[in-house]
Design a protein around this ligand. Sequence first.
Ligand code: GTP
Ligand code: ZN
Length: 345
Amino acid sequence: MRKGAEAIAALRAGRALTVGSLTVAAVETASDAFLRLLDPGGRAPVLLSGARAAALGLANQRDSASSREPVLIERASWLDSATVRSLVDAARDFDRFGPGPLQTATLDDPKAAQAALALARRSGLMPALWVLEGEASFHLSIEEARDAARPAHVTIAARAVLPVEALDVPAQIVAMRAEEDGSEHVALLVGAPGGRAPLTRLHSECLTGDVFGSLKCDCGPQLQAALRLMAADGGGILLYLRQEGRGIGLANKIRAYALQDRGLDTVEANQRLGFADDERDYALAAAMLRALGVDRVRLLTNNPAKLAGLEAHGITAERVAHRLPANPHNAHYLAIKQAKSGHLD
Ligand SMILES: Nc1nc2c(ncn2[C@@H]2O[C@H](COP(=O)(O)OP(=O)(O)OP(=O)(O)O)[C@@H](O)[C@H]2O)c(=O)[nH]1
Ligand SMILES: [Zn+2]
C-alpha cells in the first residue's frame, strides 16, 4: 500500500503515526484504551487547526478565521479526554459553555503540525490531533504527508461502456486511482468528446444531493443538466471527484449541516469546524484530464476557483455558465456562495 493511503487508514483507525518529528493520533478516533497505553498520565497536548482555535477564541487576534497556523493546547488537570473530544467538536458548541481557561503552548515543528493536520482533513476527520511522546512504528516525512493530502497523479484502473438514463448517446466510464493516497475517482465520457475543447464538468461528490436528492444544495440538478448538455453538444466529460463536502468529507459535511440547523451559513459552518470555506484543489482533476489526453476544456461552472485550479495545473479552461433554478431550501446557500465564495451569476 502507498504510504499516504496507509497514513490515512491509520488516522481513521485511531492509530498513531509520526509525521516529521511529530507523533500524533486523531482525537476523533483514538480510543481511551489506546490513550491509556500511549499517554498514561493524560498529559498529551492537543493540536487544533487555526480556524478551530479562532472559533474557540484562542488564535492570535491578527489571524483570520481561515488562518492555517495550528495551535497547541496544553492539558490542564480538568481537561480529560472526554472534555477534549467535546471541545474539538463544533457541533457541541451550542450545547455547553466554552470550557476554559485554555493554555496554548509553543509548537516546536509548525511544518510537521500543518502536514499532520492536512492529513487529518484529507482523512475526513475533525482536524484535531493528540500529540504523543516518542515515535510511532509508522513514520512519514513532512513531504510524504503533504503529497498524501494533495494527490496529483492518477493511473487508469479500468474502463467500460455504461448506458445512462439521462443520455441518448453512448457513454463510457473510466475508473482512476490517485497514486498518492489510493483514492478512486471517475470520468464519465459522454458520446464522443474530441476535436475541440470538450464540454466538461468537475462534479465534487455530494452523497446527499446526488443519491438522496437533498434540496439543500444544487448538486443533483447540476449533474443531470450537465449530462444533458453534453449529449446535446455531441459529447463531453464529467469528472466525478471524491471531494465530498467541498473536500471536508461526509461526516464533517453533516456536522456543517448540523451547525446550519443552528443558524450558521455554509461558510461559517466550515470555519467553525476548523476548515477553510473550500478545501478542494484541482491538481487531480487536471491529471485526470491529461490521462484522457485532454488539455483544453469548456467548463460548466459558476466557480472561478475551478477554472483557476485547472489553469494552474496546465489545462486551458473556458467558462460556460451552469446555473440551475433555486428552490426554497437552497436559495440562501446559493446566495451565500455568491456573496462570500466568489461564485459568478
Ligand atoms: N462543506 C459543505 N459542503 C457542501 C455544502 N453543500 C454542498 N456541499 C458540497 O459542495 C460541493 C459542491 O460542489 P460543486 O457543485 O461541484 O461546486 P461549486 O463550488 O458549487 O461550483 P459549480 O457548481 O461548478 O459552480 C459538493 O462536494 C457538496 O458535497 C455545505 O453546506 N457545506
Ligand atoms: Zn450537494
